[in-house]
Structure formats: C-alpha cells, structure tokens
Design a protein around this ligand. Structure first.
Ligand SMILES: CC(C)(COP(=O)(O)OP(=O)(O)OC[C@H]1O[C@@H](n2cnc3c(N)ncnc32)[C@H](O)[C@@H]1OP(=O)(O)O)[C@@H](O)C(=O)NCCC(=O)NCCS
Length: 163
C-alpha cells in the first residue's frame, strides 16, 4: 500500500475496549451526536468505573487513532444497561453501529450479563433498526423521557434483550 493510499483510504475500524485515555475522543464524538452531550470529565468518571464496560470502534490510522463509535454499559450481572451508544455522523449507515453493538453484547455476556436494557427515543429510526436487528424487544414506554433542544419532550421506549 502506498503512503498516499494509507493516508487517504477509508479507515478500517477495530472494535476494542476503551479506557479513560479515550475520554477526550468520547467527549468530541458525543458532542457530534447528541444535543446534550457529556463532558470529558463525565467520561473519565465512567471509563474508570469498575462496573462500566466500554467498547470503541477505533481506526487503524498511522498517526492518530480515529474513534468512529462508542458504547458504554453498566454491568451488574445478570443485568446490563446501555448508557450511551453513538457512531460519528460521517461513519453511519455502513454497519459500524451493528458491529459495535454485536461485539459489545458478546463482551457483556462474557461478563455475566443475561439481560440487557436500554432506553431509546421512539422516533430514533436508525437506533431502533440496530436494536431490533440484534434481538431487542420493546417492553415499555416512558412518556416525556427526553428533552429536545426546542424544549419539546419526547417519549422513550424501554427495550430488553435476553442473551
Ligand atoms: C444509532 C447509531 C449508533 C447507528 O449507527 P450506524 O453505524 O449508522 O448503524 P448501522 O449502519 O449498523 O445501521 C443503521 C441502520 O439504520 C438505517 N437508517 C439510518 N437512518 C435511518 C432513518 N432515518 N430511518 C430508517 N433507517 C435508517 C441504516 O440504513 C441502517 O440500516 P441497514 O443496515 O439495513 O442499511 C447512529 O445512528 C447514531 O450514532 N445515532 C445518534 C446517536 C443515537 O441516537 N444513539 C442511540 C441512542 S439510544
């Protein structure tokens, strides 16, 4: 592979555990994905919590890793709860979210999870597609759960996956 193509080809992503040294990348990714993003400090706290399992889709770039996606869950066997899940806007709809969640679920299962819970905006079609594809079922609805930047409230669906 030439130096040119190494720099300008699409990055390949590997799914691997991430730690507090990735807190700044997580902050940046979150800010690109959510209206009310979490801070570097929030991520440092979560990524050093022994009950939080975190995976990232990290590129194989030569000079600087690109974090293309992250997922964090609280794991208290037999239950786990997805805390946040995001793929960078430029990397979406290419299967990365599905791959990241698939690997993360396997890691949760290895850690003792038998049930995984999450909340998702009922209008979040992309996320619902990924969750349903991987076996999550809607078990409830929470009215006014999310606040939009406009101030409008949005219902969330509670989903659960049995491993
Ligand atoms: C949810 C998210 C992580 C999915 O990541 P991704 O890498 O795009 O996921 P995938 O490519 O594996 O799958 C997305 C699927 O949704 C589809 N999709 C994307 N936008 C869609 C839309 N507006 N309506 C319907 N389907 C849509 C894609 O085509 C793809 O389906 P396909 O694989 O059958 O083509 C990403 O959209 C994201 O970061 N969203 C913002 C943050 C968020 O909402 N997180 C979830 C919080 S609960």
């Amino acid at each position: 592979m030439s130096l040119f193509s190494t720099f300008f080809s699409k990055p390949r992503f590997v799914i691997r555990p991430i730690g507090a040294d990735q807190a700044y990348d997580c902050e940046r990714l979150h800010a690109a994905c959510f209206a009310f993003p979490w801070t570097k400090f929030d991520f440092e706290s979560l990524l050093t919590d022994e009950h939080v399992l975190a995976d990232g889709a990290v590129s194989d770039r030569l000079l600087k890793d690109e974090v293309g996606g992250i997922i964090l869950s609280r794991l208290l066997p037999p239950d786990a709860e997805v805390l946040t899940f995001a793929v960078a806007p430029a990397r979406r709809s290419a299967g990365l979210g599905t791959e990241l969640l698939t690997r993360h679920m396997a890691n949760l299962e290895r850690g003792g999870a038998r049930l995984i819970f999450l909340e998702v905006g009922e209008d979040n079609a992309a996320a619902l597609k990924v969750y349903e594809r991987l076996g999550f079922k809607t078990i409830g609805r929470r009215e006014n759960y999310y606040k939009r930047p406009s101030g409008e409230r949005q219902a969330a669906l509670t989903m659960r996956c049995e491993l």
